[in-house]
Design a protein around this ligand. Structure first.
Ligand SMILES: NC(=O)C1=CN([C@@H]2O[C@H](COP(=O)(O)OP(=O)(O)OC[C@H]3O[C@@H](n4cnc5c(N)ncnc54)[C@H](O)[C@@H]3O)[C@@H](O)[C@H]2O)[C@@H](O)CC1
Ligand SMILES: [K+]
Length: 505
């Protein structure tokens, strides 16, 4: 399934109507019928229903809905803002009038008189904040017991998920043909209720190739494991990071990697971290990074780490931000001839170092996955946070293409952008994962898949899906309060069992 912005949806409507010759009225009828199906499953004919109609085609859908319900004996009243401005909508308004369906001005809408309300005020054509009589109607409608939105709740921008003025808070949203970005981007995503996607006859021929993919099924592919294998078959991952005080981060990454099937996992860190890890995790090997004191690497520490050929590296969890440490990470990253996941403190840069770091990413040719959370991405690229939230799909694509790498933008709806510009939005928000350590687990899972031979793009996408599925299993077992990274790692085995297929990598 692909998700569109408002402009892309309008383009596809136009193509279907003007290039293919499908009448717009037919699409509007289909849209209205789809919403009516959702309503009649939940509302009985005697229960009073208000239909709020705007002046554009969203309002046109509203007039169709009113007619179809009225003809089935439903007690409907239309509230509108005057004669519609589009031909198709006008035609449907005129039919409603001829049928003598009650039509009232928007100002007359009294929410307490209705059991259910249908918001057909604004759809993808919303272009400025809702004000005046429209705003009052939306606010009043939010007091009705059962609320349906046509296409997208009025007040939510279909492209960015931003709220423009006030916004309708729906229990159900029936959207036409493709889900819109505003259904998934916050804060608008909080207002759509249950989302129903209705085919209305829009052709996919004009689907823009850059439209992001929606990942709502947590199924996927993992590297095949044949019987004639040994520990070397499934790769050797090196996890670089961990400082005193944050030793747990690198331990979580390494454990998650082991649990995801990696043959050998080593941790490179300072003496104290390695010592604590040796006792706690006997299956994990280690490399002691030579240090000036117990914390900061010595001059040739990177070459010491790079001596051994690894199949993949995860660099940064729990690392610390001292300039010498960051320099060490980048010496390792630049020297590594294997794919790398660059995470956490390895993504930290001072403003004056930004260009050098971005250049270093561009120069890499062995597979690079960046896994920033929004703050880390802001610092790395200079993209302000508010812009990132509302345009994250485009921004992720732009930076993955610019840097020639795979980008995982972590968050409630994690976005994965492939180095070829394909973008995937994961639709599996899970409050149980909003805890320190979740990102370390993700880095370890992706690193593990890289070490087992998956390419960077696939490893990032499948790794995010596996991480999300394990997170769901964990929260089913322990709830959203008591889950945590260690329990998350323990759920990876069950998640793997539910992942569908194995592929040859
Ligand atoms: N033929 C088509 O294009 C189809 C469109 N459909 C429906 O049409 C919707 C899009 O229709 P439109 O493009 O006509 O747009 P809308 O119906 O969403 O609204 C656009 C109208 O509202 C005005 N407007 C925008 N923001 C405003 C604000 N804040 N305050 C006051 N007025 C404002 C615009 O000037 C325009 O007149 C879709 O969401 C969908 O529900 C469906 O009927 C399927 C077919
Ligand atoms: K609407």
């Amino acid at each position: 399934m692909r998700i569109l912005n408002a402009q892309q949806m309008a383009q596809m409507d136009r193509y279907t109507i003007h290039e293919l010759g499908v009448p717009g009225l037919l699409l509007m009828e289909n849209a209205g019928m789809a919403v009516v199906r959702a309503i009649t499953e939940r509302v009985r004919p005697h229960q009073a229903l208000a239909i709020l109609c705007g002046k554009g085609n969203n309002g046109g859908d509203g007039y169709v809905i009113a007619r179809l319900l009225y003809l089935q004996g439903y007690a409907v009243t239309i509230f509108h803002a005057g004669r519609p401005s589009t031909d198709d909508s006008r035609l449907n308004y005129d039919i409603a009038q001829r049928l003598r369906i009650p039509v009232m001005p928007l100002e007359a809408f009294e929410p307490q008189c209705f059991f259910a309300v249908v918001d057909a005020l604004f759809g993808t054509g919303l272009e400025r904040p809702i004000e005046g009589v429209f705003a009052s109607a939306v606010e009043a409608a939010n007091g009705v017991a059962l609320r349906f939105a046509v296409d997208i709740p009025s007040g939510v921008c279909g492209t960015t998920g931003r709220l423009l003025g006030t916004a309708f808070n729906a229990h159900f949203t029936v959207t036409m043909e493709y889900p819109k970005r505003g259904h998934y981007l916050y804060p608008g995503a909080n207002l759509r209720g249950e989302l129903l996607v209705a085919p209305i006859g829009i052709s996919s021929h004009a689907l823009p190739p850059e439209a992001p993919h929606l990942v709502d099924q947590l199924r996927g592919a993992l590297p095949r494991r044949n019987g004639d294998s040994h520990k070397g078959t499934f790769g050797h991952l090196l996890c670089v990071g961990g400082t005193v005080g944050k030793a747990g981060a690198i331990r979580l990454g390494a454990k998650a990697a082991m649990e995801t099937g990696c043959g050998l996992v080593s941790v490179a860190s300072n003496h104290q971290v390695v010592q604590s890890l040796q006792f706690a995790e006997p299956e994990i090997m280690s490399v002691i990074v030579p240090c000036y004191d117990s914390l900061l690497p010595e001059g040739d520490s990177a070459s010491h780490v790079l001596e051994h050929p690894y199949d993949a590296m995860v660099i940064g969890p729990g690392g610390g931000r001292h300039s010498r440490l960051v320099q060490f990470y980048w010496e390792v990253i630049q020297g590594a001839s294997c794919p790398v996941v660059i995470d956490a403190d390895a993504l930290y840069c001072e403003d004056e170092d930004r260009n050098d770091i971005l250049e270093a990413i561009i120069r890499r040719s062995n597979g690079t996955v960046l896994t920033p959370h929004p703050k880390e991405f802001e610092r790395l690229t200079g993209t302000p946070l508010p812009e990132l939230e509302s345009c994250k799909l485009d921004i992720a694509r732009e930076w993955a293409l610019k840097l020639g790498c795979t980008l995982v933008l972590k968050g409630a709806r994690t976005t994965v952008a492939w180095s070829n510009g394909d973008v995937y939005l994961l639709d599996c928000p899970n409050a149980a994962l909003a805890k320190g350590g979740s990102g370390d687990v993700l880095a370890g899972i992706i690193g593990s898949l890289l070490a087992q031979g998956m390419d960077a793009d696939r490893a990032a996408l499948e790794g995010c899906k596996l991480h999300a599925l394990a997170g769901q299993i964990m929260s089913q077992r322990h709830g959203s309060y008591s889950g945590g990274p260690l329990k998350h790692i323990q759920s990876i085995a069950t998640a793997i069992a539910q992942f569908e297929e194995e592929v040859q990598v």
